[in-house]
Design a protein around this ligand. Structure first.
Ligand code: SAH
Length: 260
């Protein structure tokens, strides 16, 4: 089961201090992870990051750097944002142990992203809305915000602890779907979950059709598309379900005379 940790990537968005990138790599290596993706870092590669990584410099060497969070999570079907604050729009929220359980259920057959925000202002609302769930470390309200690399260490420690202790989960059927005490969701599900890229194509298609049929006004969007993202992000449809939904949208386009 430890090898499944390779299906987890840590994503740091727009990090300002290279020292935090190095300290994150070190925390990842301590907890048995190796895939780090940076979205628009201010200063990377950097000797400061390498010095802080100590024996985890190899993680920095294989770190992937991308321009947008969408790119960082395109092939992931479970995306969890670590966030110090709850935002105006409520989103499915987990504690670190719940997050670890969810990650371990998914990780045998899916790519999973754990996303962490900027040192000064965390993740934007748009970035948070690209995620299925949010996880919050229940720190003291007097000083709720942890150092970035410390937050990464706390979340990954919880994943590792639950993996090592192999908490038993309810297993459908004969129990053969259990790995390391964890029930593998996709062993009894027939179709793989849709990934971030497929969901983005679906949301773009949905928004276009809702605009064409005058249900949605992009000039006055209110929270319609945010609510749609929250709904489908919670459901986590599989690829077949997304294809059916896209087929329905295409048929609506045709039936309403807006077929392109
Ligand atoms: N001042 C920022 C916090 C930035 S700390 C804000 O108010 O949002 C940098 C990152 O560390 C955060 O984006 C988050 O990913 C993580 N982090 C820090 N404290 C956390 C907490 N209590 N729970 C979950 N994540 C936290």
């Amino acid at each position: 089961m430890l090898q499944h940790l390779n299906n987890i990537r840590v994503v740091l968005v727009n990090t300002s201090h290279p020292g935090n990138i190095g300290a994150t790599a070190r925390a990842m290596k301590n907890m048995g992870l190796r895939h780090l993706t940076l979205v628009c870092p201010d200063d990377f590669p950097s000797p400061i990051a390498t010095a802080r990584a100590v024996s985890a410099a190899d993680i920095l060497e294989s770190t992937v750097v991308v321009d947008t969070m969408e790119e960082a999570i395109a092939d992931c079907s479970l995306v969890i944002a670590s966030s110090a604050r709850s935002r105006s729009m409520p989103w499915p929220m987990m504690t670190p142990p719940e997050c670890a359980r969810k990650v371990l259920q998914d990780v045998p057959s899916n790519q999973v992203a754990l996303v962490f925000g900027r040192e000064d202002r965390g993740l934007s609302n748009e970035e948070l809305q690209l995620c299925n769930y949010h996880v919050q470390i229940p720190s003291d309200p007097e000083c709720p915000s942890l150092n970035l690399a410390a937050a990464v260490a706390v979340i990954l420690y919880e994943v590792r602890m639950q993996l090592l202790t192999g908490e038993q989960a309810a297993v459908p059927g004969d129990g053969s779907a259990a790995v390391g005490g964890y029930y593998r969701e996709d062993d009894y599900w027939d179709v793989p979950k849709a990934n971030g890229h497929q969901m983005e194509l679906f949301y773009a298609h949905l928004e276009k059709v809702l605009t064409d049929i005058d249900f949605h006004d992009p000039e006055h969007p209110r929270l319609l598309m945010t609510r749609m993202r929250r709904l489908f992000g919670r459901v986590r449809p599989d690829t077949m379900e997304v294809n059916i939904l896209r087929g329905i949208l295409t048929q609506i386009e045709w039936a309403s005379g807006h077929k392109k």
